[in-house]
Write a protein that binds this ligand. Structure first.
Ligand code: PLP
Length: 416
């Protein structure tokens, strides 16, 4: 037992568990997985090498792993209505690189939303391998509205003729019109890759339009709003299946993490339920309730609100840097991250915004009225930024608040 063999690591895991239970977790890319996902992810499958794909492996002893991988693929295919699913990518970053390498050659042009305007590193940002291996063109959001300007994106695409157009975001609070991206891709004869890492749970639960019809390839992480283990899916039309599978293995990686894949299978079972649909819609309702209350307190929201699971606070309206605000919130036990806002004049390591989201707090059972309380605590923190005693007072309120939403026993690391 870990507690006897390695009390040091056991103690650290317990401390992290306590931190997760006693803080308000508002990082939009984080969640709490169920005990069932946790159990599958921590199983004997971690002991198995399974290079290749079901029925085409390079190692023997695949009687069970083949069945698990097929089950994960079938369930993800049912949830997202995908013709083909690859469940092996180690993470969303690897999935994106594999998708690009399946559809384009090094040196070809890819075009994605710029990182400071809400895109992801792996959409071609210059420090990412995706921005070094490919010629990368980035499109902005419209700085008057903070929204996608589909005419402007079409113009940039026509000028640069990308091989791949990427539609996907890490910090964009509004709906994405995947059909509009399809039209742009068609105009310039580009492939369309939709990266739904952030909104996958909303798509699975019917709270956001699915990109499956519009896209050639859809990538997603499994651990954000989708509430699975840390991993990724690549989904595509049948015509791209072979190229995608080859790009993942042997293109990007060796043996798949079968323990993660079994956790993905369990998460996909959960994502196909009625209660997950309710969860997805509640995530959006909570984000909207939180946004409205914060606006009443004078916070400025990028784009004026949200249609999804996240809010981007432009802290310039409070004359506070994003980093300072995120640090003060963390001290009080409200965990967020600082983030650039569109056209941010501040540097990326000290940006103007704070990004917050509701997937994790919604998993704990919080509802709109609880969001109003969270907004009060955020506002109290902003008003008392330099006052450590006040921050500690807010911290006490946070801990009391969290005790009303205990993590179900099922979430908790077992010592038995
Ligand atoms: N794509 C998007 C839109 C993301 O937001 C992220 C992670 O935040 C990724 C891809 C990368 O996922 P990972 O961190 O699993 O590599």
């Amino acid at each position: 037992m870990l507690k006897y063999y390695d009390p040091q690591v056991n103690e650290l895991i317990k401390q992290e568990e306590a931190r997760q239970a006693s803080t308000i977790r508002l990082i939009p890319s984080e969640n709490y997985v169920s005990q069932n996902v946790m159990q599958a992810t921590g199983s004997c499958l971690t002991n198995k090498y399974a290079e290749g794909y079901p029925n085409k492996r390079y190692y023997e002893g695949q009687q069970v792993t083949d069945l698990i991988e097929d089950l994960a693929k079938q369930r993800a295919g049912d949830v997202f209505r995908a013709q083909h699913v690859n469940v092996q990518s180690y993470s969303g970053s690897i999935a994106n690189m594999a998708a690009y390498l399946a559809l384009a050659d090094p040196g070809d042009t890819i075009m994605g939303l710029s990182l400071p305007d809400g895109g992801h590193l792996t959409h071609g940002w210059k420090v990412s391998a995706t921005g070094k291996v490919f010629k990368s063109v980035q499109y902005p959001v419209n700085y008057d509205t903070d929204l996608f300007d589909y005419d402007q994106i079409a113009e940039i695409a026509k000028e640069n003729k990308p091989k791949i157009l990427i539609a996907g975001t890490s910090a964009y609070p509004r709906k994405i019109d995947f059909k509009a991206f399809r039209e742009i891709a068609d105009q310039v004869d580009a492939y369309l890759v939709c990266d739904i890492a952030h909104i996958a749970g909303l798509v699975a639960g019917g709270a956001h339009e699915s990109p499956m019809e519009a896209a050639d390839v859809v990538t997603t992480t499994t651990h954000k709003s989708l509430r699975g283990p840390r991993g990724a899916l690549i989904m595509c039309k049948e015509e791209f299946a072979k190229a995608i599978d080859k790009a993942v293995f042997p293109g990007m990686q060796g043996g798949p993490h079968m323990h993660t894949i079994s956790g993905i299978a369990v998460a996909m079972k959960e994502a196909g339920t009625e209660s997950f649909k309710e969860y997805a819609h509640q995530v959006v309702k909570n984000a909207q309730a939180l946004g409205e209350k914060l606006q009443e307190f004078g916070f400025k929201l990028v784009s004026g609100g949200t249609d999804n699971h996240l809010l981007l606070l432009d802290m310039r309206s409070k004359n506070i840097s994003g980093k300072k605000m995120a640090k003060a919130l963390d001290r009080a036990g409200i965990v967020t991250n600082c983030n650039t806002v569109p056209n941010d004049p501040a540097p990326p390591f000290n940006p103007s915004g704070v990004r917050i989201g509701t997937p994790a707090v919604t998993t704990r059972g919080m509802k709109e009225s609880d969001m109003a309380e969270i907004a009060e605590m955020i506002n109290d923190t902003a008003d008392n930024l330099e006052d450590l005693q006040a921050i500690d007072r807010i911290g006490k309120r946070v801990r009391f608040f969290c005790s009303r939403f205990p993590l179900p026993k099922s979430f908790i690391h077992s010592e038995e």
